[in-house]
Design a protein around this ligand. Structure first.
Ligand code: FA5
Length: 348
């Protein structure tokens, strides 16, 4: 075979090898093999000296052109293989957000606790009746929780509320509020009448938990102060609320009661929804469950906050939010509400 024919064969074989490289790594090996120091074209180049001057020139030029074509081909292959590798990497790293969405939506997502749902539902009913929503602190002073509510120190009515006192300041002056009634005082201190407000919040008592009592529970206080407010307004408000929240077939009753901060006072009962009035453990076999305390604001309370009891009259109430949830959803035992059993909580 002539030298030019040999060079032509070398070029074909080199071009095939470059085209056959499957990836960048392999291509680098082939380039060394076909263009490196030990490659066939370099070997032919070394043998040029043995040729006559004309053939040496012709073959020299052929070798030069061959090298240029093979280098161009190698560069082209390198670009193609590197591009393919990049695309493969991108594909492997691709984040499919629809897949992530599917995983997330199959995970169980939390929701509001039944007590919070109930608080919001109660607020909605009262807001619909024209009330505003106010809040107050869970830690209170003896003055707001008792004294301003016409319960001076050593008053026997203090035993109605078994209190958690905090070890702060003078003994028995700072406490966890036993009811939401102190928020009435804070509201009346800050603003002038009229008032139409509800005040939901957490309350605390040193009580033994049972089917209808918790030590940490929730109340929704209500206060209406205006010109010419009477007990009939109180009774009408309680009835309207009960119909809106429980439905028209649930009956409520007002029973005489006693609270130092209201006169006259009453308790609001609802037909026990567990036994439908037959009597059961939840309602202590009475057929009724106590939902709230209420009454006409005592003039002594108006005096404590500087409101003229000759000009203004008003009523107040305090509903148990947990008990409202209990009766609305027929929970035989109130303790389900603070035990955090997800099998129970998931149902609401
Ligand atoms: C009071 O706390 C008064 N502050 C209510 C009030 C406000 C009267 C305004 C007059 C004017 P009582 O202790 O009865 O009252 O509680 C009111 C309601 O809170 C009860 O009817 C009941 O629904 C709920 N409640 C009371 N104790 C508990 C408890 N341990 N666990 C769950 N709910 C309770």
């Amino acid at each position: 075979m002539t030298v030019p024919a040999t060079v032509a064969r070398i070029e074909r074989e080199a071009a095939d090898a470059l085209a056959g490289a499957a990836n960048v790594e392999e291509l680098r090996g082939v380039v060394t093999m076909v263009l490196g120091k030990r490659s066939p074209i370099v070997r032919v180049h070394r043998e040029l000296g043995a040729l006559d001057p004309d053939a040496r020139r012709t073959v020299g030029k052929q070798l030069h052109d061959t090298r240029e074509r093979l280098e161009a081909l190698a560069a082209e292959r390198l670009e193609a293989l590197a591009g393919a590798a990049r695309a493969a990497r991108l594909e492997a790293d691709r984040l499919d957000l629809t897949e992530v969405g599917a995983v997330v939506s199959s995970m169980s997502r939390g929701h509001l606790h039944l007590v919070d749902q109930t608080r919001r539902a109660l607020e909605d009913v009262f807001v619909g009746m024209g009330f505003e929503v106010e809040e107050g602190p869970e830690t209170e002073t003896d003055w707001y929780n008792f004294v301003a509510l016409n319960i001076p120190l050593a008053h026997p009515a203090r035993s109605m509320w078994d209190t958690f006192f905090l070890d702060v300041g003078e003994p028995e002056t700072v406490l966890l509020r036993t009811h939401t009634s102190p928020v009435q005082i804070r509201l009346m201190e800050r603003h002038a009448p009229p008032f139409h407000a509800v005040m939901p919040g957490r309350t605390f008592r040193r009580e033994t938990r049972d089917a209808s009592h918790l030590a940490v529970f929730h109340q929704l206080e209500g206060l209406v102060v205006d010109h010419g407010i009477t007990f009939a307004d109180l009774a009408g408000t309680v009835e309207t609320f009960a119909n809106a929240y429980f439905g028209p077939d649930i009956h409520t009753r007002l029973r005489p009661g006693y609270f130092p901060f209201t006169e006259p006072s009453a308790e609001v009962d609802v037909t026990c929804t567990i036994c439908r009035g037959e009597g059961c453990r939840t309602c202590s076999h009475t057929g009724w469950l106590e939902l709230a305390g209420c009454g006409m604001v005592d003039p002594a309370v108006f005096d404590a906050v500087g409101i003229d009891a000759e000009e203004w009259t008003g009523f107040a109430f305090g509903f148990g939010i947990d008990r409202c949830a209990q009766m609305r959803h027929q929970l035989a035992d109130l303790r389900l509400l603070d035990e955090n059993d997800v099998r129970f909580l998931r149902q609401f």
